[in-house]
Each structure stands twice: as structure tokens, then as C-alpha cells.
Write a protein that binds this ligand. Structure first.
Ligand code: COA
Length: 133
């Protein structure tokens, strides 16, 4: 069964300006080490961050919480399989929320898909519950 869906569209130009203005303060507050490694070694650094920003916003919608002040952004992180497919990793409050919304006898799977076409970056997140056999 589907427990939640979320989507977000992020403006890459806005992320570029935020990176220029706040630099490491922004990077370290919002993005995991894995996300920063991926973005910083790419030519399209801002686009890579923007997709991950969109993923965090989409994930918070799928979790039903939205983004509150003081939220730990790094508790929703994106990594990539060797095929390039993205995966969402939840820790801290986000992992707690996922457990809370998962019915007994089920495990939750968080699906994420990303795309960008300058100046836009987009993410969809679907949270699925599967019966544990
Ligand atoms: C997957 C693919 C269709 C992406 O299309 P694109 O138009 O270049 O890029 P988009 O902006 O639409 O999407 C990019 C995102 O697709 C996702 N993606 C990449 N590979 C994927 C895959 N195998 N399955 C699902 N999603 C994938 C990633 O999240 C990527 O963003 P990120 O690298 O910042 O995480 C394209 O890269 C492709 O066909 N790849 C073939 C497999 C390949 O070359 N793999 C290389 C590693 S072995």
C-alpha cells in the first residue's frame, strides 16, 4: 500500500545564489557528506545540490511533516547505486516518522526519482508499505 507521496521543484539558480552567499554553512547544514562528495566532484554542482534539495522537500511531504523550522535536513539524504539510481536514506526524526507511519507487520520502502533541466530540478518520493513475510 502507498503511505505517502511528495513532489518538489527547485530552482537551480536560487541554489547557485545560496551556495555563493552562504557556502559551507549552507552545504554543511543541509547536505550529507555523500551528497557533498557527489555534487562537488561534478561539473554541475548546483544542479546536483538542487535535485537533492528537491528530494528532501518531496520526502518531507511524503512523510506528511513538511519542512518545519529547525528541521534536520541531513536526516533525509540521497545516495546513488552504481547504476546511478538514487536512494533515500532516512535517519533521526525522519526515520522515527517513517516507523510511526508504517502499519504493524509491514516494512516501509522509500522510492525516489530525480530529474533536472536547467533551471529546474525535480523530485518525486513515494513511500510504500510491504507486508513482512
Ligand atoms: C538514467 C538516465 C535516463 C538519466 O537521464 P538524464 O536525462 O541524463 O538525466 P535526468 O536529469 O533526467 O536524471 C538524472 C537523475 O536520474 C537518476 N538516475 C540515474 N541513473 C538512474 C537509473 N539507472 N535508474 C533510475 N534513476 C537513475 C539520478 O538520480 C540522476 O540524478 P543524480 O545523478 O544527480 O542522482 C540516463 O543517465 C541513462 O539512460 N543512463 C543509462 C545508464 C548509465 O549510463 N549508467 C551509468 C552508470 S553505470
Amino acid at each position: 500500500m502507498i503511505l505517502g507521496v511528495g513532489t518538489d521543484l527547485a530552482n537551480i539558480e536560487r541554489i547557485t545564489r545560496t551556495l555563493e552567499r552562504f557556502g559551507d554553512r549552507f552545504r554543511n547544514r543541509v547536505f550529507t557528506d555523500v551528497e557533498q562528495l557527489k555534487a562537488e566532484r561534478r561539473a554541475d554542482t548546483a544542479g546536483t545540490y538542487a535535485k537533492r534539495w528537491a528530494a528532501k522537500e518531496a520526502c518531507s511531504k511524503a512523510l506528511g511533516t513538511g519542512l518545519r523550522m529547525g528541521i534536520a535536513w541531513k536526516d533525509m539524504g540521497v545516495s546513488n547505486l552504481s547504476s546511478g539510481q538514487p536512494r533515500m536514506h532516512l535517519t533521526g526524526w525522519a526515520a522515527d516518522r517513517l516507523i510511526e507511519m508504517t502499519p504493524p507487520g509491514h516494512e516501509a520502502i522509500v522510492h525516489v526519482t530525480l530529474t533536472d533541466d536547467h533551471p529546474w530540478a525535480q523530485a518525486f518520493v513515494v513511500i510504500e508499505a510491504c507486508p513482512v513475510t
